[in-house]
Design a protein around this ligand. Structure first.
Ligand code: ARG
Length: 461
């Protein structure tokens, strides 16, 4: 007779190619520990409600624990004949505990089971990713603390705009990571709902206690509709949205690091531990880490898109299409975690800001032009008039190959009588930065306050 667990209705075994095509054991083995934990809770619930005896419940829980030990020590390696992780575990359990193993699946379906496993997995992973975000933030914070008074050109349109405190620039990424951390906390609340007890789609005839199972597994609640419970993947899509935004942020930072490491910018030097050479050009030192992070971002977006499309046409309730959610989710988790780890290491020990070069870069451009306009506006010249005048100054200075700081007081005064000797102080880069003291601005005092807020975030539970 055929080997499959669902075999009695079937006359012949699956075609080998179809068995391979159908099997998910090759990837859903990733869920095994969660499957075991979920099954142990289910067995306890069956005993608790008297659906099976206390002794039977004990045997099932112990047998499942043995499979966990076998798996951890590398002895349990189910092949594709097991179809999926759920059948593999049930089969091994029955080998270990005998016929009582066949009682485990009472009042349960693989549909509510796999949904449970996936949520247990994701709850765990969200916790780990949030911890990694915290580490990433700590490194950004430490760098920002060191670089409050280091200046860096600020850009819009990738054109020099206004100089910044480097700490301000770094804290922008800190704040993005803070939103990512919070967003994952929001997503968690909807991952933290238990579908177990939904049965295949309609609930079960047994007197189960779903809230008891939820309590054992530490879920915040249970799905209130069995059809929705077995076929909802919103939680996975929401997670992929949050993961995609983490990647957007890492990728933007990566792009900046790549620019900064170029000869043209020369804002950072890459350390040997985090860069690689060329096979032909001996002078090269390449920013592979940020390039890979930027590149891998597309994978995570792709998985989000894949799941949205996977879900959009599915009728209620379970459809085998849903088996396709796992590789997307697992790869997204692996990618985000790998990228967070690599970027954290890169920032912590893989690159160094070239402080002198940064501080001198902001003194060699016209990024203090706004401050000349502000200077006149503060003396009562209407801002738009001042703006037009400074535009002319920039034009003539550029033509003369001069910077604003090189203009003589006579030249300034010939442009407008309101200019006085303090114009030089007003356009010095450090002054230009420190003067932007509005809340959330780059002024040093503001940045120090932002550091205090960041420190407080880092100690949030
Ligand atoms: N491997 C399956 C999945 O990942 C488990 C659920 C199978 N359910 C079913 N009715 N065939 O979705």
């Amino acid at each position: 007779s055929p080997q499959q667990t669902w075999s009695q209705r079937f006359e012949s075994a699956l075609h080998p190619a179809i068995a391979r095509f159908n099997a998910s054991i090759g990837f859903d083995i990733e869920l095994i520990e969660y499957d075991l934990t979920g099954s142990q809770a289910h067995a306890k619930m069956l005993a608790h409600t008297g659906i099976i005896s206390p002794e039977e419940g004990e045997q099932l829980v112990t047998g499942l624990e043995q499979i966990r030990q076998e798996y951890r020590s590398g002895q349990f390696n189910p092949g594709i004949d097991a179809e999926d992780v759920h059948f593999a575990v049930e089969r091994r359990l029955t080998e270990i505990v005998g016929d009582v193993g066949k009682k485990l699946h009472t009042a349960r379906s693989r549909n509510d089971q796999v949904g449970t496993d996936t949520r247990l997995y994701l709850r765990d992973q969200i916790g780990q990713i949030r911890q990694q975000l915290r580490q990433f933030q700590s490194v950004l914070f430490a760098l920002a603390e060191q670089h409050v008074e280091t200046l860096i050109p600020g850009y819009t349109h990738l054109q020099r705009a206004q100089p910044l405190s480097l700490a301000h620039h770094l804290l922008a990424y800190f704040d993005m990571a803070q939103r990512d951390w919070e967003r994952l906390g929001d997503v968690y609340r909807r991952v933290d709902l238990l579908p177990l007890g939904s049965g295949a789609l309609a609930g079960t005839t047994f007197p189960i206690d779903r809230h008891y199972s939820a309590e054992l597994l530490g879920f915040g609640g249970v799905y209130s509709n069995s059809l929705d419970g077995v076929s909802d993947r919103d939680f996975a899509i929401e997670f992929l949205c949050a993961a995609s935004l983490i990647m957007v942020h890492l990728s933007r930072l990566s792009e900046e690091v790549i620019l900064w490491a170029s000869e043209e910018f020369s804002f950072v030097t890459l350390k040997d531990s985090c860069s690689t050479g060329s096979s032909i050009m001996p002078q090269k030192k390449n920013p592979d880490v940020p390039e890979l992070v930027r590149g891998k971002t597309g994978r995570v977006f792709g998985h989000l898109q894949a799941l949205l499309v996977l879900m959009k046409g599915l009728p209620l309730a379970y459809n085998k299409d849903l088996q396709e959610d796992k590789e997307a989710l697992f790869d997204a988790v692996k990618t985000v975690r790998g990228c967070l780890e690599a970027m954290t290491i890169l920032l912590q020990e893989g690159m160094e800001f070239r402080t002198e070069r940064l501080n001198s870069a902001v003194a060699e451009d016209f990024s203090n032009a706004t401050d000349v306009a502000d200077y006149l506006a503060a003396k009562g010249v209407p801002f738009r008039e001042a703006y037009n005048l400074v535009g002319k100054v920039v034009k003539t200075s550029l033509a003369a190959g001069k910077l604003l700081k090189d203009l003589t007081l006579e030249e300034w005064q010939s442009l407008h009588p309101a200019f006085e000797n303090d114009i030089y102080e007003a356009i010095a880069p450090a002054r230009v930065v420190s003067a932007r003291n509005s809340y959330g601005g780059t002024g040093f005092d503001q940045v120090r306050q932002a550091l205090d807020r960041a420190r407080a975030h880092l100690s949030e539970p």
